[in-house]
Structures are given as structure tokens and as C-alpha cells.
Design a binder for this molecule. Structure first.
Ligand code: PEP
Ligand code: MG
Length: 883
């Protein structure tokens, strides 16, 4: 039996995505639902894989099946490929399993040649239309299949327009297009070294090969990499009867969403163009009209479209992005798929769909990508700021951004790599600009609509974007943009507000976002189902308050060294480190004590009633001293100039201490509890500050729950010693203040030995907090400060490692240690509280791991708290029981 590689639309269904690709499966499903879909067939992804397996050759059995499918299409439509009296014209489009908008190639009007074009002219009574289709086909086919660049053709068209002294394509007539077609063919001969293929069967064969090949073009590869789509899936090819949106003023084409993809509001949202082909809308070459105007222009069509969109939404249980064409007053649905949307819209739509009874709460929770929640936390322009608004465009993707103007994607990438913030300003973007979009803070285009490339890509990435800002006159060669007589150049500062479409001169003050009702509602559902608790890493009262507002249930890590690094305190910290005698050191610590105490009070107040985990000093002391090279330079300068003697002596003393503290591997050196062991007075001061602060807060009526955490423990004796110190000081403070503060003492598990001996360590610990940053560093033996800049990037690129282990917790190695730590620890102390406070605590895959490993909580930076709440809920819904 021969394998089936070609499926008519009515033979497929929505479950066949793997075989038919997303688009093919949708066309099949829509056909089954009885929607007005132009007929056609799909060549399977299996055929594409066979094509690559055969060294980029079409399998023989494929073309036989394609021929048979064409014959059936000819029967169904009464048209015939290559028949001038009633030509069958088809579109050929790629369609992979995952949506890759604009990434691969499409060919329209295939089947046209000199004779069928003439036939089409006769049939429609509209030669201008027929030759316009033909020239478009030659352009697209030559670009995609024969590799002749688009701009060559545009130049020929421009020459003709110049000759006729007209400025619009629509002002060219049938005769003009015929002349242009002749020139196009010469161009193809010259550029491609072959004549333009006139046999429709040959055209079809070449087009199929080109679509298969486009799976591996540069932009498709980049898109897959960014979106983590596997490279070996291959694409399907959809071949479908052409319907024409450019057959006059009773025809048109458009793209519409069943709900507003930007705000999530329940309204049909989109745009259309009268008398145009689909690519005019998608490419953003002409700026389309809002769909609300279709209601007046074609009321019946609009009503029918409304019905269909509701039907599709109920059918697919999701917001749809629909492409449609009207051919001489008849509506055709060309494709539908789940619409891309902003994070705001995603949340609003999911919550509304639960309230409308379309989906369950669990489905709503699973539907939101936790990473998308980040977008909702986007910054906006301070409303109090005075703005110099210089233009207005379409608000294509929310959030505000400021940066230097760049006009080319390459420049955007280059400057961003140098640490600059840039705004990419272009007439329009194409998939080739994707690296520039990725690098920029925001995108501003003068052309195109809400569904243009720039808009779709920016929304997906959560970047601020304004499109269709037609007041801007962009000169790419001169690298200037002019609006109302004001000229800005590359490098000038500009700001954009992607939520309103305002373009602003200069830099603007940005403020943090507030959260929508739907956002809170969704997260409250997440809180109902999740097992993991979510805390935040915060070391000052503001961050603590922010974290709490975002739903943190305590502080999982307060890095006290951040309190030492405040500019005004550094001299005192240095005094403490440079002290020669115990008294001098104690004097410096005595100055630091009230400062630390105030910090802790602020945090306890913000976290009233919630646990606050405070880690005693962790980094090596030299981090608080000036850098050795800088000191050497200063000293040499002072010596040479014979400058300030006092200053020179101070610097020399610093240098001596810096040299004494110098270590070859500071991350494996004198840090963490090793500092506490050798300088107990530092930890003693910190513990005293914690308990004094706690006692004062208790007196104010605040409920405090300090957890004192000892970092970098590798041997139980370290913890035993440090615990004794904490207990002793806590007792002293209690006797002095008369206030009893309930507290716990625990440890970080961040070196392998701690995990390996977790049973012993648990005997001395009330809690374990896995410091997965250091645990990753020490398990892999990768320096966390160097690896990412050196080899890790290449490791991830070459798939030596599936993910960057400093971002996504390595489940097999580091994860095994975490699991071991939890199991051994709980075996000794069943009630042992366990959490994670490395960066992984705010990353969705790692959070799933934590859920499965049975940890009690994750702790992450304040702005990632909502993401963690949702990820924890998703893990609970789709994963195991948790702990
Ligand atoms: C860790 O090591 O995971 C941790 C949270 O501590 P730090 O990043 O401060 O070393
Ligand atoms: Mg650490």
C-alpha cells in the first residue's frame, strides 16, 4: 500500500496538526464545520520530512498523489489548471505544526501564464485585474522559487510609473501591466538564468519544493530558535483554490480577531482593504481600514462574519484570528487560528471565557504562559510627566520605552550589545529584521497596521510597538526621521508609548504598572489550586512592599550584604574590614548596627504577619573594598604628583588589606558561614540587629516571624556553631528587651556536600533553602560569573545542554541533589520546611520541578511573583501531587 501524503480538506480534522500542520488542520476542521472555505488539499509534513530524507528531492509517490488531488479539485470547481477558458488558480502556502507567522513563503495565483491570464481577463471582463494578478504572481514566484529579489521588480514598476507620471500602482492600466510583465520575464531570464516557467504543473512542482525548502531559510531558523520549535518537524503545504479580493469594489480582504488582541475586550477587531489581495494587509504596504467600517460598507457580510466568528470561538474555545476574502459579494474564510495577543488580552480573554462558560478555571490557568505575565507588569509613562508628543500611530503593543533612534536591525543589535537602549524606527519591518526587534526596547514604524509584521512580533515578545505612524517621513539613507519640520537623527533620544500610540521626543520618566481586575482574579484562582507557596527575594522595605502587593507570602531571601553596599555605608563597612584591632572593628560594627536594625524594621513592617528569611553576610569581604587595579593607579598617581599624604596613606592601607584578602577563587573562598566562623562579631552584630528590630516591631503590634539563615554551609558543625551564636544573641536581646520573638534558624543548601549530608545538617536546621545559584555553580563546577559569557552560550546553542542551567534548574544533576536534600532532611525532621531562593525560583520549568520535588515554597524577585504563582498552579493542575 502506498503511504498517504496528500489529504483533501474534507479528509482531515483538527486533531491532525502533526500531519497537516496548524493551518491544514484548521482548514480541514473549518471545512467539516461547513464554513465557506475555498476547497483544496494539504501535502503532509511527512512528505516534507521525506523530501529532506531524500536529499531535498520530492518523493515520487508524492507527485502522483498531488496530480490526483488536482484532478479532484478541477472536478469540484469546474476549472482546469492551464485552461484559458476557465483557469484553476491556486495558492501555495506553508503551514507548520506551530504557528510561525510570516516566517516561510507563500505563493498566490499559481497557474497563471500568458494564456490563462488572457482567459482570466476575458472571464472577469477586467484585464487590468488579470494582468495585475499575473505580474504579482511572477514577482512572488520569482522571489520565492527562483531567488530574484523583490526590489528588482519594484524598480521596473517605479520606472513605468515615472514614465506615466503617476504615483500609485492603481493608476497603472492593463497595457502598462502587460509591458511590465514582458520586462519582468526578461529580468527573470537575466537574473535567474532561466525563463519564467509557463507550465502550471511545473509551477506547482517548483512551488512545493520552494515551500519545503523555506522551512530551512534563515528567518525560519531564527524564529524556531527563539520560540524553541524543533527543527525536524517540517512544514505541510496547503494548496487551495484562489479567491480574489481585488475584483472590484464589491471585493476585499482582511484579517480580524474575534476579540481585541490588545485589550482583550469583546469586540471584533481587525482591518480590511477593499479591492486588494491578502498580502497587502499582512505586508503592511497599504494601511488598512478598521473593521468597524465594514459594518457600514458591507452590512450583510459583516453580519455573516460576526456569526462565523462566534461559531469559531465556541468551536475552538479560544479567541480566533481569521483571514477572510470577499469575492464579488461572497464571503470566504481563508484561515482561522488561535490569535496572538498581548498578556493583558490573554488574561482578560481567559477570565471572560470562564465567566461566559466557554472554558473551566483550570483551562484558563493552563492557557496563560507564565512568562507572558511579565508583560502585564510593563512600565508606562508617568502621567505627571510633560511630554513633547511629536506624532501618533497605532498602539500595536503595550508598554513604554525610551532609547536612541536606530534605523537598521543590525545597528539595533550592535548598539544593544554595547549596552545602549534603542528604538528601532523603520517604514515597516520584515522577518529579516527579527534580531533588531529582539535587541530594541521598542519598535516604531511609519506603515502597516495592527497585524503587520512589526506588530505581531513585538506583541509576542512583549515589546512596546507603534505601527502605521504615517506622519513620520523616514529617510533610511540619510538616517533621519522628519515630522512636522522637526528632524531627528540616528542616536537622538525618542520615546514611544505602545499603549496609546504616542511618539515622544526625548526620554520620559516611566512608572511601574498596576494590575487589572482580571489579572487579580486569575491569580486568585491560581492561589486556590497551587500547593507551593511563593515568597520573594527582597532586601529593602520598598521591594518587600511591592512583593507583597504582587502576592508574595513572605520573604524567602533577604541578602543582607545589599544593605552594606549602600553608598553612605560603604566607608563604615570598609572601616570595619580594615580594623586592626577587635575594638576598632566593634566600633565600626556598632555604627552599622542601628542602620541594619532600621532596615529590618522596615521589612518586618512591610511583611507584617508573614515569614521573613534573613541571610547573614555571604560575599567575601574584599567585595566591599576598592578594586586592586584602581588602588594601584591611584597610589602611583599620588606618588608621582606628591599629592595628599593623608590620602596616600589611606590608599596604601587599603591596598595592603585588599592584597591580604585576595583569593584565587573567591567564590570558593572565604565567604558565607566561613566568614561567620572566623569573624563571629560580624554575624553577632547582624543577629542583634535582627532581634532588636523584631522586638521593637512586636512592641508596635507587628507580627514578626524571622528566619535566620546561614549561608554556604557544607558541614553540620558549621551550622551547629552558627546556630549557637544566633541562639545566644537572641537570648541576650530577649533579656534586654523583655520581648520574646518566635524565630527559627536554618541553612542554605548550596554546596553539594550539604545536600549529600542533609540528614546530619537537618538535625541542626529548622529549614533548608536551596541556593540553586551556588548549587548550580558548585555542582557543574561552572563559575557563575564567567560561564555565561564564555562557553555556556555555545553549549546551549549546540545543544550540549538543553537549557542554560543558571536559568532553568538542571533536573538531573542539581535537581538530584535538591531531591536528596529534601528526602534526607525530612527523614530526620519530618516537619522540615524547604524552599528555593536561587534565580530558578522565578522560572516556570524550575518551579514545576520544585512542585514535583515536594518543596514548600519558591522565592523569586518581586516582579516574578505573579509568574511563580501561576506556574505553581499549572504544576499542580497538570503535574503530580506535590508536597
Ligand atoms: C544562591 O546561591 O542560589 C543564592 C540565592 O544566593 P546568592 O545568589 O546570593 O549567592
Ligand atoms: Mg549563594
Amino acid at each position: 500500500m502506498t503511504r498517504k501524503l496528500v489529504y483533501a480538506f474534507h479528509e482531515g480534522n483538527a486533531d491532525m496538526r502533526d500531519i497537516l500542520g496548524g493551518k491544514g488542520a484548521n482548514l480541514a476542521e473549518m471545512t467539516r464545520a461547513g464554513l465557506p472555505v475555498p476547497p483544496g488539499f494539504t501535502i503532509s509534513t511527512e512528505a516534507c520530512r521525506a523530501f529532506y530524507a531524500a536529499g531535498e528531492q520530492l518523493p515520487d509517490d508524492l507527485m502522483e498523489q498531488v496530480d490526483a488531488a488536482v484532478s479532484r479539485l478541477e472536478e469540484a470547481t469546474g476549472k482546469k489548471l492551464g485552461d484559458p477558458s476557465n483557469p484553476l488558480l491556486v495558492s501555495v502556502r506553508s503551514g507548520s505544526v506551530f504557528s510561525m507567522p510570516g516566517m516561510m513563503d507563500t505563493i498566490l495565483n499559481l497557474g497563471l501564464n500568458d494564456r490563462t491570464a488572457e482567459g482570466l481577463a476575458r472571464l472577469t471582463g477586467n484585464p487590468r485585474f488579470a494582468y495585475d494578478c499575473y505580474r504579482r504572481f511572477i514577482q512572488m514566484f520569482s522571489d520565492v522559487v527562483l531567488g530574484v529579489d523583490h526590489y528588482h521588480f519594484e524598480r521596473i514598476i517605479q520606472q513605468r510609473k515615472d514614465q506615466k507620471s503617476v504615483s500609485l500602482d492603481t493608476e497603472l492600466g492593463a497595457d502598462d501591466w502587460q509591458v511590465i510583465i514582458g520586462e519582468f520575464k526578461d529580468l527573470v531570464q537575466q537574473e535567474a538564468g532561466q525563463s519564467f516557467p509557463l507550465d502550471p504543473k511545473q509551477q506547482l512542482r517548483l512551488a512545493i519544493i520552494a515551500v519545503f525548502s523555506s522551512w530551512n531559510n534563515q528567518r525560519a531558523k531564527i524564529y524556531r530558535k527563539i520560540n524553541r520549535i524543533p527543527d525536524d518537524l517540517g512544514t505541510a503545504v496547503n494548496i487551495q483554490l484562489m479567491v480574489f479580493g481585488n475584483m472590484g469594489d464589491d471585493s476585499g480582504t482582511g484579517v480580524a480577531f474575534t476579540r481585541n488582541p490588545s485589550s482583550g475586550d469583546r469586540e471584533i477587531y481587525g482591518e480590511y482593504l477593499i479591492n486588494a489581495q491578502g498580502e497587502d494587509v499582512v505586508a503592511g504596504i497599504r494601511t488598512p481600514q478598521p473593521i468597524s467600517e465594514l459594518k457600514e460598507q458591507m452590512p450583510d457580510i459583516y453580519r455573516q462574519f460576526e456569526e462565523i466568528s462566534q461559531l469559531l470561538e465556541r468551536h475552538y474555545k479560544d479567541m480566533q484570528d481569521i483571514e477572510f476574502t470577499v469575492e464579488r459579494g461572497k464571503l470566504y474564510i481563508l484561515q482561522t487560528r488561535s490569535g496572538k495577543r498581548t498578556a493583558q488580552a490573554a488574561v482578560k480573554i481567559a477570565v471572560h471565557m470562564v465567566n461566559e462558560g466557554i472554558i473551566s478555571k483550570e483551562e484558563a490557568l493552563l492557557r496563560i504562559d507564565p512568562e507572558q505575565l511579565d508583560q502585564m507588569l510593563h512600565r508606562r509613562i508617568d502621567p505627571a510627566a510633560r511630554l513633547e508628543v511629536i506624532a501618533n500611530g497605532l498602539p500595536a503593543s503595550p508598554g513604554a520605552a525610551s532609547g536612541k533612534i536606530v534605523f537598521e536591525a543590525d545597528d539595533a543589535e550592535k548598539l544593544a550589545n554595547e549596552g545602549e537602549k534603542v528604538i528601532l524606527v523603520r517604514p515597516e519591518t520584515t522577518p529579516e529584521d527579527i534580531h533588531g526587534i529582539l535587541a530594541a526596547q521598542g519598535i516604531l514604524t511609519s506603515r502597516g497596521g495592527m497585524t503587520s509584521h512589526a506588530a505581531v512580533v513585538a506583541r509576542g515578545m512583549g515589546k512596546a510597538c507603534i505601527c502605521g505612524c504615517e506622519q513620520l517621513k523616514i529617510d533610511l539613507r540619510a538616517k533621519t526621521v522628519t515630522v512636522d519640520g522637526l528632524t531627528l537623527r540616528a542616536g537622538d533620544l525618542i520615546s514611544i508609548d505602545g499603549s496609546t500610540g504616542r511618539v515622544i521626543k526625548g526620554e520620559v520618566p516611566l512608572i511601574d504598572p498596576e494590575l487589572s481586575e482580571e489579572f487579580r482574579e486569575l491569580l486568585s484562582w491560581a492561589d486556590e489550586v497551587r500547593v507551593l507557596r511563593v515568597r520573594a527575594n527582597a532586601d529593602n522595605p520598598e521591594d518587600a512592599a511591592k512583593a507583597r502587593e504582587l502576592g508574595a507570602e513572605g520573604i524567602g531571601l533577604c541578602r543582607t550584604e545589599h544593605m552594606f553596599m549602600e553608598a553612605s555605608r560603604v566607608p563604615i563597612v570598609q572601616e570595619m574590614i580594615l580594623a586592626d584591632t577587635q575594638e576598632e572593628r566593634e566600633a565600626a560594627l556598632a555604627k552599622l548596627l542601628p542602620m541594619q536594625k532600621e532596615d529590618f524594621k522596615g521589612i518586618f513592617r512591610a511583611m507584617d504577619g508573614l515569614p521573613v528569611n534573613i541571610r547573614l553576610l555571604d560575599p567575601p569581604l574584599h567585595e566591599f573594598l576598592p578594586n586592586m587595579e584602581d588602588l594601584l593607579v591611584d597610589i602611583t598617581r599620588l606618588q608621582l604628583t606628591g599629592g595628599d599624604g593623608e590620602e596616600l596613606r589611606k590608599k596604601e592601607a587599603q591596598l595592603k588589606k585588599v592584597r591580604a584578602l585576595h583569593e584565587f577563587n573567591p567564590m570558593l573562598g572565604h565567604r558565607g558561614c566561613r566568614l561567620g566562623m572566623t569573624h563571629p562579631e560580624i554575624y553577632a552584630m547582624q543577629v542583634r540587629a535582627i532581634f532588636l528590630a523584631a522586638a521593637e516591631c512586636v512592641r508596635e503590634g507587628i507580627r514578626v516571624e524571622p528566619e535566620v539563615m546561614i549561608p554556604l554551609v557544607g558541614h553540620v558543625n558549621e551550622l551547629r556553631n552558627m546556630r549557637e551564636l544566633v541562639v545566644e544573641i537572641a537570648g541576650e536581646v530577649e533579656r534586654e528587651t523583655g520581648v520574646n520573638v518566635p524565630y527559627t534558624v536554618g541553612t542554605m543548601i548550596e554546596v553539594p556536600r550539604a545536600a549529600l549530608t542533609a540528614g546530619q545538617i537537618a538535625a541542626e536546621a529548622d529549614f533548608f533553602s536551596f541556593g540553586t545559584n551556588d548549587l548550580t555553580q558548585t555542582t557543574f563546577g561552572y563559575s557563575r560569573d564567567d560561564a555565561e559569557g564564555k562557553f555556556l552560550h555555545a553549549y546551549v546553542e549546540n545543544k550540549v545542554l538543553p537549557d542554560n542551567p543558571f536559568i532553568t534548574l538542571d533536573p538531573d544533576g542539581v535537581g538530584a541533589l535538591v531531591r536528596m536534600g529534601v528526602e534526607q532532611g525530612r527523614a530526620v525532621k519530618p516537619g522540615l520546611k524547604t524552599g528555593i531562593c536561587g534565580e530558578h525560583g522565578g522560572e516556570k520549568k524550575s518551579i514545576r520541578f520544585c512542585h514535583e520535588a515536594g518543596l514548600n515554597y519558591v522565592s523569586c524577585s518581586p516582579f516574578r511573583v505573579p509568574l511563580a504563582r501561576l506556574s505553581a498552579a499549572q504544576a499542580a493542575i497538570s503535574g503530580g501531587n506535590g508536597g
